[in-house]
Design a binder for this molecule. Structure first.
Ligand code: IPM
Ligand code: MG
Length: 366
């Protein structure tokens, strides 16, 4: 019986609420598909700070290292906002995890079902069939990690802060490879987004992506777009994109924009794939919902569990090579939602159900 060995890092506020629902779905599928689950839970984020004094405790990191994938909830919230910036859950847990496992390829599907177009701030006539695009964000380079990164007092007494945007060709090539693979699994259309009219890193980015595709993927239709235009095109006509690829910071911003046009953060999953392989020879990855910890609704039992459930599907697909159960989960979420089971974030004033009932509907659809 195949064994799925993964770390479960639920995190804070609604993190644990939606995680337990995702595990219910996973257990159900595992039983039906003859899979053994070896899920090891560990504290991360605010829970790490409260219970072990830091956002990414050593024990948690060790459990991740001993696993084939990480199923992540979400971290942070008002309780820890007073801490110095570099001790806060987001920066002190998520970013070190990305760096430690070289999770360079962040895949964020932007999917809005046709039945849910009313949830999007975009007029339905512009997206009659919903939205179906994919954002590939470079996740371990650029401004987030470049050095120097510091704040210092200048000789004249003024204070100066600096972040460094830096990319190597090899870093761009490997994310281009991920983007090409994603484009090949869809319409073979890829848009690379940069700011090559201003930034050196973007000039290298554009040249490297162009060369990579010319040499390795002549079957892919490659286009380029400046990031400011892309931000505009995304709200004007999102389906002109199919797969787009961009650097870390641009991807952070564009993926939030993509999330909002897709109606609800509660529906969007993501995968962050590593450069390394797990014990199965597949990419080690971290899988997490696009949304945050939503402290305002925590403990009320109303959070949408779909994004966390869909993230487990991505884990099955990418880190365990299990396409069939992954697709089954995705189909079940779609069936449950489109047949009317809705948490409040996607009910647009209509009847809504709670977190647990939403999961029950997904289990029934399975
Ligand atoms: C994301 C988040 C993170 C990021 C934060 C929490 C550090 O916004 O995953 O998009 O900026 O990458
Ligand atoms: Mg973000």
């Amino acid at each position: 019986m195949p064994t799925l060995k993964f770390a479960v890092l639920a995190g804070d506020y609604i993190g644990p609420e939606v995680m337990s629902e995702a595990l219910r779905v996973l257990r159900h599928v595992a039983e039906e598909e003859g899979l053994e689950l070896l899920a090891r839970q560990a504290d991360v984020g605010g829970a790490g700070i409260d219970n072990h004094g830091k956002a990414l405790p050593e024990g948690t990191l060790r459990i991740c290292e001993e696993s084939d994938a990480i199923l992540f909830g979400s971290v942070g919230g008002p309780k820890w906002e007073k801490l110095p910036p570099n001790e806060q859950p987001e920066r002190a847990a998520l970013l070190p995890l990305r760096k430690h496992f070289t999770l360079f390829a962040n895949i964020r599907p932007g999917l809005l079902y046709r039945e849910l177009t009313a949830a999007s701030p975009i007029k339905t006539e512009r997206i009659p069939d919903g939205i179906d695009i994919v954002c590939i964000r470079e996740l371990t380079g650029g401004l987030y990690f470049g050095k120097p990164k510091e704040t210092k007092t200048l000789p004249d007494g003024d204070l100066q802060a600096v972040d460094t945007m830096v990319y190597r060709r090899s870093e761009i090539e490997r994310i281009a490879a991920t983007a090409v693979a994603a484009a090949r699994s869809r319409k073979r259309k890829l848009c690379s987004i940069d700011k090559a009219n201003v930034l050196e890193t973007s000039v290298l980015w554009r040249k490297t992506v162009t060369d990579y595709v010319a040499k390795n993927a002549p079957d892919i239709e490659l286009t380029h777009m400046y990031v400011d235009n892309a931000a505009m095109q995304l709200v004007r006509s999102p389906n002109q994109f199919d797969v787009f690829v961009t650097e870390n910071m641009f991807g952070d911003i564009l993926s939030d924009e993509m999330a909002v046009i897709c109606g609800s953060l509660g529906m969007l999953s993501s995968a962050s794939l590593g450069a390394g392989r797990n014990s199965l020879g597949l990419p080690f990855g971290l899988y997490e919902p696009a949304g945050g910890t939503a402290p305002d609704i925590a403990g009320k039992g109303v959070a949408n569990p779909c994004a966390q459930i869909l993230s487990t599907a991505l884990m099955l697909r990418y880190s365990f090579g299990l396409e069939k159960p992954a697709a089954r989960i995705e189909a079940a979420v779609r069936r449950a939602v489109t047949s009317g089971a809705r948490t409040c974030d996607i009910a647009f004033g209509g009847a809504s159900i709670g977190t647990r009932a939403m999961t029950d509907a997904i289990l029934a659809a399975l």
